[in-house]
Design a binder for this molecule. Structure first.
Ligand SMILES: *[C@@H]1O[C@H](CO)[C@@H](O)[C@H](O)[C@H]1NC(C)=O
Ligand SMILES: *[C@@H]1O[C@H](CO)[C@@H](O)[C@H](O)[C@H]1NC(C)=O
Ligand SMILES: *[C@@H]1O[C@H](CO)[C@@H](O)[C@H](O)[C@H]1NC(C)=O
Ligand SMILES: *[C@@H]1O[C@H](CO)[C@@H](O)[C@H](O)[C@H]1NC(C)=O
Ligand SMILES: [Cu+2]
Length: 805
């Protein structure tokens, strides 16, 4: 079978790795050469057949399926998660979640009500997720042949029945058959967790919806006359309400501003300027109530006050007719304008002539010397663990911590918009990816489960994709001119990368989160921003904060900030951190002692304590940020290092002492370096959003002890960001182009040379100018392909249903 396939290839001579052709006479080959070529081909065929059999037997099918009309090979098989053989970082399986839930519900002392029967004033389980084992235990297992660490779960309980009501967190284990639970506390982390700081769940939001319906009924005439839309019984004339946070201006408050928008495609671009404050403090929901109301720039103590003032004619009215037809286009995804291309044509696509070249086994991925595990934390989102290059660990954990968006403005909405997206389900809002748009058609898709705010775990199909990408740019290349109209050689290699992608849709906004593995040991983390901007109703008072756009909205200035944890383990866990500073020096010119000469030195500055290591970016002092191992050197005697390069450093203009900034203390630093501690697992928490004034996790506490960081296990906390003043072209949504924030981990004397030199995808062309022979060496890799791309079957469901019992 394999021989057929291979001997079918009419121009298979090109599959020889190193073919010589006379320059300019590629097609004038002599009959003798053809005979030789045929013989060589035959031998190649036999070799390929043998290889194919060997390869097939080892579970890989990277055969040379290169014949006309044959589908391209599939390559490595994606092995699904085997729930009976979890790794140390694996997320909980359906069975494990069930056994943890059942165990917790059976504990009489906890007095838990099953979620489906629970009310706010009961104690019930909000979320269940993996609790990662201690790093020591994991490393003993991975590196020392120790036992597999016990798998644990973290269970979050909304305990509305306790006095006072609180949020409780428990560590439960072992997850297959739990026998114990302990209260989760960490030194330095606020305890107990105040009830007012919890993330609102569907139970709370359903009750609030009822209150908003009452408001709409009471203010029906105002809403109808002003906006021609309302909230209750609205059918085709609907307003919708969205909440914002923080929920108050002081610790302890839980007063949320809900703002009305037209229920059109792109609602956040269609605000009407009507807002309602809803107080949901405490667990006694009969005390929850609407408080103030904001209408056309005017504040009222209650909806009744608005209505009676309106009826008496003392309110400044606004009239905004319901937008129709073309007036609703701007915020929609419907095509408009002259079509491009004039005739609909398909765009270029990639295909894989030899199939998948990366291995996926459950949550473990391997690609061209790289290997790592990944998980999707229900709280924080994507995490990569145990990242190794050529068998050497470089990073123990690389994970998203928090995404902030800090808005400015004058109305209640904009005064209360200091978003910390962990508090908006950032971790669990990774929905099904659309093939061909969200990820290339060649991508492999992976499912995840989250148990949060529901009776049963929800399944998120195709929430993560993994793909190899030909980025279309050389990773490296050089043309060596002979300066006489010819050249000596050309060397090059295209930048093929492996991408792990997931997209977090936090209500209106979408964050494309990419981890990109380059073959030269560079690991890139890229966040691309897209989705709808938040806008607010335009009034004169909002003018200083942005531009008036669209119907009657203003896009207010805001700051996007993203925090990542990078647990560096460069050649071992004990690392040092230094900056390599570019320092101006003024020397006497050794060639002309009467002249002075100004240039730059590379000055190494080891950092010894956490506070000394804080990075406040200074344009006058360019630096490298290098993590290295004092005990390990490369062949040139230089300490093996990896450096962090932040391509999107950002300045937080809100001073750290002010209001909600304590809940986002990390945003004040472009980078901080701390000693790794099990008690400092994350720079933020589920609870920081709803009480940033006295947050459950205060990142500054990580730095306050100012510990020694020499030869310690080090964590870099990196902040990237961008300031955004929305513009007309942010409609319908912000585009990713120009809104990509990148962080790079780059080898710095970690290897002896560029590790991509091992790649058989390099090309070396040499030219003999006497014989005019061109030698193209592809190091054994066939050139080109005429197999058929594997059929792209488009499938999209888009739902994230609860799993069956
Ligand atoms: C809403 O519509 C339902 C069904 O038509 C009706 O029973 C109810 O009275 C209406 N409520 C209001 C407030 O108009
Ligand atoms: C809840 O609040 C209502 C209204 O203030 C009060 O009548 C009731 O006793 C409270 N319930 C509990 C359990 O405290
Ligand atoms: C460099 O050093 C020379 C000699 O000390 C001095 O005259 C000169 O001003 C210096 N230049 C700068 C730019 O520092
Ligand atoms: C989407 O998936 C769910 C769960 O598997 C299934 O019940 C539903 O029928 C699917 N919907 C469509 C439109 O295929
Ligand atoms: Cu923005």
């Amino acid at each position: 079978m394999s021989a057929d396939i291979c001997c079918d290839i009419p121009n298979a001579s090109e599959t020889q790795s190193s073919q010589k052709t006379a320059m300019g006479s590629k097609f004038e080959k002599s009959p003798f050469r053809w005979k030789v070529a045929t013989l060589v081909l035959f031998l190649v065929c036999v070799a390929l057949a043998v290889t194919l059999i060997v390869v097939l037997c080892s579970g890989v099918s990277t055969g040379q399926h290169d014949g006309h009309g044959q589908p391209c090979a599939a390559g490595y098989i994606v092995e699904p998660v085997d729930p009976t053989r979890p790794g140390p970082f694996s997320d909980l399986s359906l069975e494990e979640i069930d056994s943890v839930r059942n165990y917790m519900l059976a504990q009489d002392s906890l007095q838990l009500t099953p979620w489906e029967h629970a009310e706010i004033s009961d104690n019930y389980i909000y979320a269940i997720e993996t609790h990662l084992p201690a790093k020591d235990d994991v490393l003993r297992f991975l590196d020392g042949g120790g036992p597999a660490p016990e798998r644990l779960a973290k269970v979050t309980v909304y305990a509305g029945q306790r006095t006072p009501p609180v949020v409780e967190e428990y560590i439960v284990g072992p997850v297959t058959n739990p026998s114990r639970h302990t209260v989760y506390t960490l030194r330095g982390r606020k305890f107990p967790i105040p009830f007012h700081s919890r993330v609102p769940d569907s139970k709370e939001n359903n009750l609030v919806e009822g209150r908003l319906r009452e408001v709409s009924e009471t203010a029906y005439r105002v809403l109808k006359e002003s906006f021609d839309t309302w909230y209750h019984n609205c059918t085709d004339r609907c307003l919708t309400f969205i909440d914002t946070a923080p929920r108050g201006f002081r610790s302890g408050q839980r007063k949320t501003w809900w703002y009305a928008m037209r229920n059109l495609q792109g609602m956040t671009l269609n605000p009407v300027g009507f807002m309602v404050e809803v107080n949901t403090e405490g667990a006694n929901t009969s005390q929850w109530r609407t408080e103030r109301v904001f209408y056309n720039g005017q504040l009222f103590d209650s909806v009744h006050e608005l209505v009676s003032d309106y009826n008496q004619g003392t309110v400044e009215k606004v009239t905004l007719p319901m937008p129709k037809d073309d007036n609703t286009l701007f915020s929609s995804f419907r095509r408009r304008g002259p079509p491009q291309p004039p005739t609909p044509l398909r765009a270029p696509e990639q295909f894989e002539p030899d199939g998948r070249r990366y291995k996926v086994r459950g949550r473990h991925v391997e690609y061209m010397g790289w290997s790592f595990d990944w998980r999707l934390s229900t709280t924080h989102g994507p995490q990569l663990l145990d990242i190794k290059m050529n068998g050497e660990r470089v990073v123990y954990e690389l994970s998203l911590q928090e995404i902030g968006a800090f808005y400015s403005g004058h109305d209640p909405l904009m005064l209360s918009t200091f978003f910390l997206d962990t508090g908006w389900n950032m971790g669990s809002s990774h929905f099904e990816l659309v093939p061909g748009v969200d990820c290339p058609n060649t991508a492999s898709y992976l499912d995840v489960l989250h148990q949060k705010d529901s009776a049963r775990p929800r399944q998120y199909k195709n929430a993560v994709c993994v793909f190899e990408l030909n980025t279309g740019i050389p990773l490296r290349r050089h043309y060596e001119s002979d300066f006489q109209g010819g050249y000596l050689f050309y060397g090059g290699m295209v930048d093929n990368v492996l991408v792990v992608r997931t997209i977090s849709t936090v209500f209106n906004y979408d964050y494309v989160l990419d981890f990109i593995f380059h073959q030269n040991g560079v690991l890139e983390v890229r966040t691309s921003l897209t989705g709808y901007v938040m806008s607010t109703f335009y009034t004169q008072a909002e003018a200083p904060y942005g531009y008036k756009m669209w119907q009657s909205a203003i896009g207010n200035a805001h700051h996007h900030v993203i925090n990542l944890k990078v647990d560096m383990d460069v050649g071992g866990i004990e690392n040092r951190y230094e900056t390599v500073d570019f320092v101006q020096t003024n020397i006497t010119n050794p060639l002309y002692p009467e002249l002075y000469h100004i240039h730059t030195k590379a000055q190494r500055n080891p950092k010894t304590t956490e506070r000394e290591a804080i990075l406040h970016y200074n344009f006058d002092r360019p630096k490298y940020y290098n993590f290295y191992n004092q005990e390990k050197s490369n062949s040139y005697g230089i300490k093996k290092g990896y450096r962090i390069q932040i391509n999107a450093p950002t300045k937080e203009l809100v001073p750290r002492g002010w209001g909600p900034m304590r809940g986002a203390a990390w945003a004040d630093y472009q980078m901080a370096v701390t000693r790794r501690k099990e008690s400092e697992p994350a720079s933020s928490s589920l609870y920081n959003q709803n009480d940033p004034y006295d947050p459950v996790v205060d990142f500054d506490r990580f730095l306050d002890d100012d510990e020694n960081i020499v030869d310690q296990d080090l964590v870099a906390w990196v902040t990237m960001g961008t300031h955004h003043v929305p513009h007309a072209e942010d409609a319908p949504v912000t585009a990713t182009a120009g809104n990509q924030l990148s962080l790079f981990l780059r080898p710095f004397h970690f290897f002896d040379e560029d590790p991509s030199m091992a790649s058989s995808n390099g090309v070396l062309i040499t030219y003999d100018k006497d014989s005019h022979e061109v030698d193209v060496d592809r190091f054994g890799t066939p050139y080109g392909s005429n197999c058929l791309p594997r059929e792209a079957v488009f499938a999209y469901n888009g739902t994230w249903p609860e799993t069956e019992d």
